[in-house]
Design a protein around this ligand. Sequence first.
Ligand SMILES: Nc1ncnc2c1ncn2[C@@H]1O[C@H](COP(=O)(O)OP(=O)(O)OP(=O)(O)O)[C@@H](O)[C@H]1O
Ligand SMILES: [Mg+2]
Length: 294
Amino acid sequence: MDPTPGQPWRAGPPGPGFEGTATYIATPDLIVAVNAAVALGRPLLVKGEPGTGKTVLAREVAAALGRPLIEWHVKSTTKAQHGLYEYDAVARLRDSQLGSERVHDIRNYIVRGKVWEAFEAPAGAVLLIDEVDKADLEFPNDLLQELDRMEFYVHETRETVRARHRPVVLITSNDEKELPDAFLRRCFFHYLRFPDPETMARIVRAHHPDLGRDLLAAALDAFYGLREVPGLKKRPSTSELLDWIHLLLAEGVAPGAVRAARGGRSLPPLAGALLKHEHDLGAAGGAPVAGRVG
Ligand SMILES: Nc1ncnc2c1ncn2[C@@H]1O[C@H](COP(=O)(O)OP(=O)(O)OP(=O)(O)O)[C@@H](O)[C@H]1O
Ligand SMILES: [Mg+2]
């Protein structure tokens, strides 16, 4: 039976829970958070630095639970209604001008959104609402009822759409805007802490299983060293590290070259994969700023 929001905590999710996957390294607190949200039937709100695996988490949860993934990527112009359905008045007008039979059934012009798709999924979907903070403040408020009650009303056809199975809802935020309290109250919250070096080594290994131990150690040392440079505008994160290691491997850079740069307090090879502001390149030991003495 699907859990109902507000019901007391149950010992664990029905069936196999989420434990991370071969391609996604999940820390114990993240595993607890995902399974708690599933068991409670609450959306899981995930925050964390950019590039720390918030979006990919939904894909991995879907794969681990064997459920289809439905992704809704929010933009500044996205409205809550887009996720439910849209009425295509232009298509209806065109059909009426062409004398099409379709025009007599208004259901032909109701375009289903991602929430509707998730409600209809036969085996209970994982619904990702990615970067909820991109839209205006009404967006999360306007979805409260629908996500809480797992139903909404279609005015044009006078139908209520109900979820066949409660989807697992994952919501990500980069903290560009504060989310309303009423919305937060309904979510289970998890902050993705930046991985410690040991966890990061496992993440890198998941992406590059053949990476040599020496290059991994040199790259991690340089990477965490860069993150500690004071005053960086954008500290490199997991995604930048993975891109960088990919390039180091493609270019055949030796561990010694990475270590030498760190020892000489200069920029590591291919630093453009890690640092994305000219100010940061300067702060970290390069000389991108005109007139800088090396
Ligand atoms: N725990 C992890 N295990 C395996 N790979 C990870 C992990 N965390 C991050 N990654 C990898 O880092 C990259 C960035 O992940 P993702 O796009 O999900 O980050 P994000 O937090 O959504 O970033 P943004 O805030 O910029 O959207 C992906 O290639 C992902 O596979
Ligand atoms: Mg993302």
